[in-house]
Write a new protein. Structure first.
Length: 510
């Protein structure tokens, strides 16, 4: 089976559900794949969660699922075996063989706490063996408390636990330095320099046995577990990690990782984060995914619109045997004639009149046009005139690449109001070689015989306006011609007339 989604959230804890809720509210088709093993499943109640203090974690997750479902989010029980990058999609392979595709993935699989290798700790985890003074400290405040010191971070944990009770003992198999001993002693903390060998629950308390055979009874023991992240399913994506304990995924405030379609939230990015932090991170990741998808939706729409526009030009050329005269534009010829020939690129070369003339006058010319029919006719014209021109089907200078001594954009107009003319002209400027020129020839005004100009007619600007809109870096370009030139023409009724051509010749400084 294969299903297509806007987003797949891997992990249904508070981070994953928060991300899914944001995506559902944004009308994104979202799937949550969850194995049902949240990190805090051992705890009977949550604390330090504003508005939910003392609430069972499972109850919060159940409520979160219902809220997400109300926004159209779907759920699947199971786990993910592999994530496969397919450029514009990610393939999500579940362990049961089911395949999903997603435009984005949120990894919210959390972590597993690996406790010190002491018999009994796992059995009492979440009851008399605790890890977070903020999450569980109030409930054991004022009682007999212990701390199992296994790393430098344990020293900070001792300081926090001491705030909860006057009766604190710390167990360590390695001697503390003098400064630590002085600090702990000053606060009345007992230090047991002996290796802990076992821990057993005894009527709501915990009996701790050390290597020397001594037994110590505490009401709760704080022991920091080492975070373990199971991210084997994402190994093929080579996601960036941080050097924090457990090597969590590197993500920014929106949850974005080193892969453009992968976001992450919760303990996979912050192993020591609590429920509120994970909820907030999940919410930001969901918003981050939706923002990325929204931007992509616009980019895809532009691509589709460009393809539609190009297809219209192809239909226009194909509908007639020949569209243009095949002769060079008189203004183009007059401006280019004094220039020393080199390499030239003719944008929107059409049926090849200008490009062929350039080749006949010594230019090594490339012509590009969106219409395959126009390119075919242009190549035939070049062959009939005995010149070699490299005609290509493409959309602007970016589709050709390279730099040229002359880039020509001759009458690059369109009736479509969303025609990206400025983008095409700026791309043209980017492909002018140092010392080379950009020549833009335009209709500076409607023809004199046009009594009325339709509202949807192409915008016709003066060369000065064109130069201002291009916004090229002044110290990199020199304007050689910025003027309107009158060109003699014949009106549709056969009477003499004239056209106003805008001429903008810019030289890129060497």
């Amino acid at each position: 089976m294969q299903n297509e989604w806007d987003a797949v959230v891997i992990g249904g804890g508070v981070a994953g559900l928060s991300a899914a809720q944001m995506l559902g509210r944004s009308r994104r088709r979202t799937l949550v794949i969850d194995g049902g093993m949240p990190r805090n499943r051992f705890a009977a109640h949550m604390h330090g969660v504003l508005g939910h203090d003392g609430r069972p974690p499972a109850e919060l997750l159940a409520t979160g699922r219902e809220e997400a479902r109300s926004y159209g989010v779907e759920f699947a029980d199971g786990a993910v075996a592999e994530l496969i990058d397919e450029a514009d999609l990610l393939r999500v392979v579940r362990t049961d063989g089911t395949m999903d595709t997603a435009r984005a993935v949120v990894i919210a699989t959390g972590i597993r706490d690996v406790l010190p290798d002491v018999p009994g700790l796992n059995q009492e985890w979440g009851r008399t063996v605790l890890h977070c003074p903020y999450c569980h400290g109030w409930e054991v405040a004022g009682r007999r408390l212990g701390v199992l010191a296994t790393s430098a971070a344990s020293l900070h944990q001792v300081e926090l636990v001491r705030q909860l009770s006057d009766d604190v003992v710390v167990f360590t198999s390695e001697p503390f330095d003098e400064t630590t001993v002085v600090r702990f002693t000053a606060r009345g903390i007992r230090i047991v320099r002996d290796e802990v060998r076992a821990a057993h629950g005894r009527e709501g308390a915990l009996e701790i046995t050390t290597a020397s055979g001594d037994r110590h009874v505490v009401d709760a023991l704080f022991a920091g577990g080492a975070p373990e992240l199971d991210l084997g399913f994402a190994a093929g994506l080579d996601l960036a990690r941080t050097d924090a304990p457990g090597a969590p995924l590197a993500a920014d405030l929106r949850g974005a990782t080193s892969h453009p379609r992968v976001f992450a939230a919760g303990n996979v990015t912050a192993p020591f984060g609590n429920v509120p932090l994970s909820m907030g991170a999940g919410s930001m990741a969901g918003a981050g995914v939706n923002g990325m998808l929204a931007a992509e939706d616009f980019a895809l729409a532009v691509t589709a619109r460009t393809a539609e526009r190009n297809a219209a030009w192809e239909e226009r050329y194909a509908a007639e045997g020949r569209f243009w005269s095949g002769r060079v534009n008189a203004t183009v010829a007059a401006v280019v004639a004094p220039l020393e020939p080199g390499t030239a690129l003719d944008l929107g070369s059409g049926e090849g009149g200008d490009a062929v003339w350039l080749a006949e006058h010594g230019w090594r010319t490339t012509g590009v046009d969106v219409s395959t029919t126009a390119v075919t006719r242009a190549a035939a014209l070049a062959a009939s005139r005995g010149v070699d021109v490299d005609f290509r089907t493409g959309d602007g200078a970016a589709s050709v690449g390279g730099e040229f001594d002359l880039v020509l954009a001759s009458f690059l107009h369109s009736w479509e109001p969303d025609f990206p003319r400025l983008r095409l002209l700026r791309e043209a400027a980017d492909h002018v070689a140092p010392g080379g020129r950009l020549l833009i020839v335009t209709h500076a005004a409607p023809p004199p015989w046009a009594r009325e100009v339709p509202d949807h007619a192409p915008v016709m600007r003066t060369p000065d306006e064109e130069l201002s809109l291009l916004a090229l870096v002044p110290d990199q370009w020199q304007a050689e011609i910025v003027e309107v030139r009158r060109r003699e023409a014949t009106a549709p009724d056969g009477t003499p007339a004239h056209l106003d051509d805008g001429v903008l010749l810019l030289r890129r400084r060497a």
